[in-house]
Design a protein around this ligand. Structure first.
Ligand code: PLP
Length: 373
């Protein structure tokens, strides 16, 4: 299978075979394909002649995007980069430097949770709970530990003296699409505040509208100290960002961290357009309404098929546990003309573009049921 073009929520090969997209390039293509607004934004950016200048200089699209992100969130500052893992690596460095300023060299440990996925770069893979991603690269970066999603254990290990940050995905993605319990997240926020430890939220997959609010944390009634985003930010152009409070940002000095490409004017101009579209209340209401409908349909399949064991998710982000190996079901779905991804050996992950209509969701659900068997 080799893809040659895409339009709306469908992708095509050279023979004209079509696939309905329930994967969105792993949660990137929130606006689908061949979108007129995205195309227009790209052309406008090209017209300036300014594709890249390095972040030694300010550009209007980058400043405008940073202002929007700050105005719509807990954050005072934004650092732009090029991918999700790079955003988390940046957040780890900022947390480390803050920890040392706050409590000396001993306050450097980063705690991550069971089931987490934070990336595959050298620091982030140490915070990622997947043996097959980690084992070949041991010894991993030090001072990063994974603990159970259990408040008693976390209360035992989170220390004012040795911990600088806890990182979590409000909705775990690769780890099987697990919506973290609201009470758990709130208590963890309270615990980290009490012990003067930073809370980093990784919303690289679950943020930017995917679960029905622009930021997932809005549904948990908390605010973090740092937050990372990436995937859908620039409609498929590589972009990531760290959002942070002034209290953390003030420890970072010029030269402490950097990037050559991050936040360039072309990607930032496109990202401004994406921000406006994905923060539109009508789009978010669509994700909430159709997401509920999608979840209800998956529950109905569960009642009909003994091969579907569990359904989890929110908005346009769903995980489905199946008895067959997930890769076999993904293969059968492709044969049915449906693109899905997995999240573990027996979990399917459904991530349709956020603009998908009820009619197309319905077609996808029918194909999915056939593929599950
Ligand atoms: C929650 C989360 N964090 C981090 C990453 C890493 O992002 P990237 O692949 O852009 O490095 C991903 C990618 O799937 C992710 O889902």
């Amino acid at each position: 299978m080799e893809l040659v073009r895409a339009d709306g929520v469908r992708l095509y090969d050279a023979d004209g075979n079509a696939w309905l997209d329930f994967a969105a390039g792993i949660a990137v293509n929130a606006l689908g394909y061949n979108d007129a607004g995205v195309k227009q934004a790209m052309l406008e950016a090209l017209d300036t002649g300014l594709i890249h200048v390095s972040n030694l200089f300010r550009t209007e699209p980058g400043e405008r995007l940073a202002d929007k992100l700050v105005a719509s969130s807990f954050a005072d500052r934004v650092f732009f980069c090029n991918s999700g893992a790079e955003a988390n690596e940046g957040a780890f460095k900022m947390a480390r430097k803050w920890g040392k300023a706050e409590g000396g060299v001993g306050k450097h440990e980063i705690i991550s949770l069971r089931g987490a996925f934070h990336g595959r770069l050298f620091g982030t893979v140490a915070a990622t709970d997947r043996p097959q991603y980690r084992n070949a690269f041991r010894p991993l970066a030090g001072g990063i530990h994974i603990h159970e999603r259990d408040l008693t254990e976390l209360a035992r290990v989170i220390s004012d003296e040795t911990t600088c940050a806890v990182i979590l995905e409000p909705v775990q993605g690769e780890g099987g699409v697990r919506v973290l319990d609201t009470g758990f997240v709130r208590e963890l926020r309270a615990l980290t505040t009490e012990r003067n430890v930073l809370l980093i939220l990784d919303e690289i997959q679950c943020g930017y509208g995917r679960t029905g609010t622009f930021f997932a944390y809005e549904q948990f009634g908390i605010t973090p100290d740092l937050l990372t985003i990436a995937k859908p930010m620039a409609a498929g152009l590589p972009m990531g960002a760290v959002l942070l409070t002034e209290r953390v940002a003030q420890v970072m000095q010029p030269g402490d961290h950097g990037t050559t490409f991050g936040g360039g004017p072309l990607v930032a101009h496109v990202a401004n357009h994406v921000f406006d579209r994905l923060s539109d209340p009508d789009l978010l209401a669509h994700v909430v309404k159709e997401g509920k409908w999608l979840g209800a349909q998956l529950e109905k399949i569960k009642q009909r098929s003994p091969k579907l064991r569990a359904v989890r998710g929110r908005g346009f982000m769903w995980g489905v546990d199946v008895t067959d190996p997930a890769k076999d079901v993904v293969g059968r779905a492709l044969e049915q003309g449906l693109m899905i991804v997995s999240a573990g050996d027996h979990t399917l992950r459904l991530l349709p573009p956020l603009v998908m209509s009820r009619d197309d969701l319905k077609i996808g659900v029918e194909k999915l049921e056939a593929a599950i068997g």
